[in-house]
Design a protein around this ligand. Structure first.
Ligand code: HEC
Length: 155
């Protein structure tokens, strides 16, 4: 191969790879986008707010963010109702094989968030609040472990 030809093959390969990455983001299904959004904003953000409020002892903020987490958890079942793997997703096919168990895990999270919001948030009982937040964290992990793929290593 001449040098020029080698170069053009490399350029073509680069264009192809960039094209694929773009294809993935542009054509990612709405279902995947919204279920990831629900996790980031509904779960991640509220969990952060809960921990911050517990730390500063702001019981009103704690009740509010725990309630928001409870509501967001109630949306998980619908967000994963249909199997959709068409895009950049870490959801595992097992979700749709064991839908009953997956839904149960979503309910468990909702229940533990509700207990924090309605029972402990305004109690001022630090030990119970800490234990309650730990239980919530465990409910996240209990679902991620069987149903979410481990993070891919960055290239
Ligand atoms: C019933 C199952 C379930 C529960 C409960 C759950 N998650 Fe998830 N979570 C998933 C699945 C499945 C994914 C992968 C979604 C995807 O990539 O399509 C995910 C992804 C995420 C992501 C990454 C989102 C992204 O943008 O890629 C974050 C952050 C997250 N979860 C946080 C939490 C936190 C915090 C909790 C607990 C408060 C929680 N999750 C509870 C199933 C669950």
């Amino acid at each position: 191969m001449t040098h020029w030809k080698k170069c053009s093959v490399l350029i073509l390969a680069a264009v192809f790879i960039t094209g694929c990455a773009e294809f993935n983001t542009v054509f990612e299904s709405q279902a995947i986008k919204s279920r990831k959004n629900l996790m980031r904003k509904g779960m991640g953000k509220n969990m952060k707010a809960i921990k911050a409020a517990a730390k500063s002892g702001d019981s009103a903020a704690l009740a509010k963010s725990a309630n928001a987490l409870y509501k967001a958890a109630g949306k998980i079942k619908k967000a994963y109702a249909k199997k959709d793997m068409d895009g950049n997703t870490r959801a595992l096919p097992a979700i749709w094989k064991d839908k009953g168990d997956f839904n149960q895990k979503a309910d468990n999270l909702a229940a533990s968030a509700a207990v924090l919001a309605q029972v402990w948030a305004k109690s001022g009982n630090k030990a119970q609040i800490t234990a309650s937040i730990k239980r919530i964290g465990k409910s996240c992990g209990a679902c991620h472990k069987p149903y979410r793929a481990k993070k891919k290593k960055k290239m």
